[in-house]
Design a protein around this ligand. Structure first.
Ligand code: DX5
Ligand code: ZN
Length: 215
């Protein structure tokens, strides 16, 4: 069954407590936290002082997606949240192998994220060291964007690379995911679906998570 990681970027920040209450009650598998710096991506979301309280209340493992330059500077802050996955962008890490090792040593699950224009070939020499690969299916920085169809080819090619290499990495997709494409994404080989606007904008978000999981 596909796993669901609702993206808090689409939450109501004036009433996060209510959103966290139904998220905890729902069948979602993780909580996806998008951290931005206005440098790596052209937007700023929320930072560690806010996430400290989110982490205290969340009863789901945290899937932390760092859209920032030099993410290795914040490993201690991410550990302090009790994160399960720490996702770093390959485009932000010239010394990716070192950063992945540091995340593993810190006791978290290392994950790498690729922008839409980054080919999966950059993962050849790191695929056996990571627990998850996050493929961006929109250009990162904003919720509610249109899914990039080319992502399907990347998912299939990544799946083949994972099988060929003996890696145990899961495949996660982020951006423009909804009930319309969830089944096709699962069929293509996705293990974890991130969805922001499709869940938080739904009339019944808990039911939408249920529907996405059972597709
Ligand atoms: C975009 C973020 C996503 C975003 C997805 O930069 O990484 O996690 O919240 O939003 P939707 O699901 O609305 O495309
Ligand atoms: Zn994200």
């Amino acid at each position: 069954m596909v796993q669901i990681s609702p993206s808090l970027l689409s939450a109501n920040f004036a009433d996060l407590r209510s959103d966290l209450e139904w998220l905890n009650r729902s069948e979602c598998d993780y909580l996806h936290l998008d951290i931005m710096d206005g440098v790596f991506v052209p937007n700023i979301s929320f930072g560690f002082p806010v996430l400290k309280y989110v982490a205290q209340m969340a009863q789901k493992p945290l899937d932390v997606h760092l859209m920032i330059v030099q993410p290795e500077k914040f490993i201690n802050e991410v550990i302090a949240l009790g994160a399960y996955y720490m996702n770093v962008h390959v485009e932000a890490c010239p010394h990716l192998h070192r950063v992945i090792g540091q995340i593993r040593e810190a006791g978290m699950h290392p994950a790498v994220t690729l922008n839409p224009a980054t080919p999966i070939s950059v993962l050849e020499d790191i695929i056996c060291d990571v627990d998850l690969v996050l493929l961006m299916s929109v250009n990162p920085g904003f919720g509610g964007q249109k899914f990039i169809e080319h992502t399907y080819d990347k998912i299939r090619n990544l799946k083949a690379m994972i099988e060929r290499s003996g890696s145990h990495a899961l495949i996660e997709v982020d951006g423009g995911v909804s009930l319309k494409n969830a089944a096709a994404l699962r069929e293509a080989g996705v293990d974890v679906l991130v969805a922001g606007s499709a869940i938080f904008g739904a009339e019944d978000p808990v039911e939408t998570i249920h529907q996405m999981k059972k597709l």
